[in-house]
Design a binder for this molecule. Sequence first.
Ligand code: GCV
Length: 659
Amino acid sequence: MPLPVPTVPEGVDPAWLPDEAFRPLGTRRVLVRGSGPLVETVHGEVAAACARFGGRVERDASPEPYDLLLELTGDDGGEAFTCERRAGLTTVTATGAPGLLYGLFHVVRRGPAAFAEDHGLQCHRPGLALRMLDHWDNVAVHPVMGQVERGYAGGSLFWDDGRARGDLARIRAYARLLAACGINAVSVNNVNVHAVEARLLTDRIDEVAALADAFRPYGVRTHLSVTFAAPMVLGGLPTADPLDASVRAWWAAAAERVYAAVPDFGGFVVKADSEGQPGPFGYGRSHADGANALAAALAPHGGTVCWRAFVYDHRQDWRDRTTDRARAAHDQFAPLDGEFADNVLLQVKHGPMDFQVREPVSPVLGALPRTRLAVEVQATQEYTGQQRHVCWLGPMWSEALRFGHEGPAGPVVGQRASALVAVANTGDDPFWTGHPLAQANLYTVGRLGWQPDAEPAELLDEWLALTFPAAPRRLADGLRAVLSGSWRTYEKYTAPLGVGFMVQPGHHYGPNVDGYEYSPWGTYHFADRDGVGVDRSAATGTGYAAQYPEPWARVYESLDTCPDELLLFFHHVPYGHVLRDGRTVIQHLYDTRFEGVAEAAEAAEVWASLAPLVDGARHRRVAERYEEQLRGAREWCDQVNSYFLRKSGVPDERGRRIY
Ligand code: GCV
């Protein structure tokens, strides 16, 4: 029986799956062949589209001609599919049911082009096997972090004040959206696992199972963040030592129960020895020991441990210039290469610090050739405008995934890695992402997981075409104009030249240049009257630059070769240091703050001009957010410029107003 397509609840935006996006498919004669639950999902999708637009769908071949054949020819569970078009017939074939589902969405994405010119056999397979969203959702409202840690899209889709929301209709619609952009896994709770959330692993596993049931029809597997201390806090054991036999037995039994409830459970996500979370260091064990203990429990069931490498000292003394937070993950994890079990993925933030608007690519991603890696990015815009500012991060993520040596065998990051994990930017907001244009980030991250070397601009166009299928050219051009350069605009009015942070402590929104300067978090810029930046060279600084392989170590080490955009990440320079474009650091700093504000104002005007072409609710929501973005951009500009004028005493050579 075809599975009915989940309907988006009343008042909720269909995002990139409006009915209209299915018109090219829904006007065709389609044959769906194969059996199994995901084939019923595919059949349901085609049937709904055909019912709406007048096409026809069959399950058994008849002599009549077809426009589209969607065929499952095997049962290997794979995600690959092939597509060809000959003599007026488009054929999508897969040997695994998930592949057929992805093949269907490929056809939807191509729109009329899927039924236009003939082409030979094209093989499509995901670049990264695991494409996961990590929800930092708390079950119970946390006194400081709320329902969703770093969430800017309303409440949690899953949890509400201690309980499961039970709104599975919306979860089904969510699963469909995720599958359509390539996401195949979701972790449903915060990596900071508090007391209530810890119990999802044991006595509240049924609530996780209900979510898994809602995700499964769209090929999305459910994962859980667990606390390393679970054997103690849930099992009453006196220790969580990963080498202790009773601890290992506890994890094995816990995994057994999880799989009884969720047979296709994906695995655990673990934040250990990080920002106060417990971990193996407490027992004198390594992170390989810790990860492998959990991996052993999951291995018999085919589960994976996503073990986060975000391990650093968050109680640093700011007076101590030798400790460098950027070094921490490499220092800890590089020596462990080869020690992790096969079903461990080391989950590494794309930069060495914490999702700043500009960071170098983490050297950890090049340092463990015998370890399976997951690249972690942050779709939720903690440091990039918190979904009040437009900041499309596709180009930044793409740069990280393409970092390394281009070439057939890699090893660019996107070829080295096995997974892309994004901290989710969704919530119970009617637009899913708070800022309607932030949907583009979610879509892009899913598609980059499927194709890490994709051109981000092309992915943006895909998102545009799906989300606004009937968009006149002016609307498409306008949307492209406000989104495509938005990351660089945000970078311009916030923290300069890779220096990062300068945000309000705690909530991380808005400027505070010295907000973290004398704090224990290890995020300093060291501005004084003469200069600014962190000396991370091997010769005179913290030695971080030497954590890269050549040629990067050499490139970053020297002031002559370090890219300007990362200059202050790697070097402490005088304000008069001349950049490649001939401007001094201080002048660049002033200019780019003003430019960023001007670009944001221009984008707001473009958006205003699109009012007649966009539905009212969406237009209003974005327009309101632009007001805040402009206010925020000016605040950033004024605070950063005033701070550096006062520190340096160097006037703006163009005499603009600095307070
Ligand atoms: C979930 C940053 C955020 C924290 C987050 C942490 C992490 O420090 O501010 O809210 O905690 O990253 O990635 O674990």
